[in-house]
Design a protein around this ligand. Structure first.
Ligand SMILES: [Zn+2]
Length: 415
């Protein structure tokens, strides 16, 4: 894509009321546009990142048998009244139509997915069943000051699984856990799995996937020697105490952001809707339900918090809006401009996603914008390119630059 055609522009300052680093950098880069506290629009560059995050999640959910849907976000209030959520969920957005009919805006989808599963899964032969979607969610947050990490409108992948018994849910949980860790790793994050209380959803224990960052809203205690990790609120062992799992490590406290969660919902929702299946003996049973969330926009915000420096974002490769940022320093040289155009065509022919900065601007301005946007690889075409038959190649993460001959360039980019 030609940067001169991009309708968004970078800006020097973020809005004064924006306190979070993720939103400051994303607004300055033209990735997102703030509508009000906790509500953002995703502009072309931001949408490219979000689509990549969603695609990673989609691939990993499909790989474990999840079936994608797009469920309604405008919900009939009757379903929420059946489950107790209408009065019990304080963050639920409630709407009234001009005919005084009441609706809810989806903040979670149990009230919709349970009747759907009920219609198709009448026998043990139809289970287990995993249904997911990637879409918008709404929460009536009192405070929304964490940028895209806590929105009133936000993106989420939510999956719901239905099982014949607890053992089958437990088996599935391990499979989803492995898929989740793979998703976060592909997004350039290291996530820890913690036990937490189920909150509004469930009386049972839930699992949270936490990424260590000062921008998080939770305090966790983790063991440096093994995988043990627990939310401070429910940990029986205090900071500095011996790890209850391995006994070797001393628990350390850290700030973390929740990027995913799993709730064992038991039979609550099937009971609310009278959803039973016939078991092998022909007896009616309530299925066990699991709920698995990943906040897609929150994940994007967390990536920015973890992967950024004073100059801007440093996107991990798999979620970057483009693979390479081609910068032409042609000035008044027709020769260099032609060389940059040729390079742009070559990269496109080779299937490299490239943002091409052919704007009539100073080198310093182009480099500052490239640092702010944070595309992993920067390729500079200048007088040197013409005389040395190579492109200046640098990685955003290290800043180290070197001349790479054209015949090695594509292999370097595809590595
Ligand atoms: Zn340990």
């Amino acid at each position: 894509m030609r940067q001169s055609k991009l309708f968004t522009k970078t800006r020097k300052d973020a809005p004064k009321d924006e306190v979070s680093k993720n939103a400051q950098l994303l607004i300055r880069g033209g990735y997102i546009h703030k509508e009000m506290a906790g509500v953002y629009s995703y502009l072309p560059l931001g949408l490219r990142v979000l689509a990549k995050i969603e695609q990673i999640i989609r691939e990993e959910m499909n790989a474990i048998g999840g079936q994608e849907t797009k469920m309604a976000t405008l919900h009939p209030s009757e379903n929420w009244k059946k489950t107790g959520g209408w009065d019990g969920v304080d963050v639920l957005f409630k709407l009234q139509s001009r005919t005084e009919k009441e609706y809810a805006l989806g903040q979670s989808e149990e009230e919709i997915v349970t009747p759907i599963a009920q219609e198709y899964a009448g026998s043990y032969k139809d289970l287990p069943l995993s249904i997911y979607q990637i879409g918008q969610k709404y929460r009536d947050e009192l405070r929304a000051k964490s940028g895209i990490m806590r929105g009133r409108e936000f993106g989420m992948k939510d999956m719901y699984s239905f099982h014949v018994n607890q053992a089958d849910f437990d088996r599935n949980y391990e499979i989803v856990k492995a898929a989740y860790l793979k998703i976060f790793s592909r997004c350039g994050l290291v996530a820890k799995v913690t036990e937490a209380s189920g909150g509004a959803f469930s009386e049972k224990i839930s699992y949270e996937f936490m990424v260590l960052t000062e921008a998080g809203e939770d305090d966790i205690l983790y063991c440096p020697e093994c995988t043990h990790c627990a939310n401070v609120e429910i940990s029986r062992t205090k900071e500095g105490g011996a790890c209850p799992k391995c006994g070797k490590g001393k628990l350390a406290k850290a700030r973390a952001a929740e990027v995913g969660n799993v709730f064992d919902l038991g039979q609550k929702y099937p009971k609310a809707f009278g959803f039973t299946y016939k078991d092998k003996e022909g007896k009616e049973q309530y299925p066990i339900v699991g709920c698995y969330g990943i906040g897609t926009t929150r994940l994007m915000g967390t990536i920015v918090e973890v992967h950024s420096d004073e100059k801007g974002v440093v996107w991990p490769k798999e979620v970057a809006p483009f693979e390479a940022h081609l910068i032409s320093l042609a000035g008044n040289s027709i020769e260099v401009a032609a060389e940059a155009e040729r390079m742009y065509e070559l990269l496109q022919e080779q299937g490299i996603e490239v943002l091409y900065d052919e704007r009539d601007a100073r080198a310093g301005e182009k480099f500052a914008d490239a640092d702010l946007l944070g595309i992993p690889v920067r390729l500079v075409v200048s007088e040197k390119t013409v005389t040395q038959a190579g492109v200046e190649f640098s990685e955003r993460v290290s800043g180290a630059a070197s001349m790479v001959p054209e015949n090695e360039l594509i292999a370097r980019l595809k590595k």
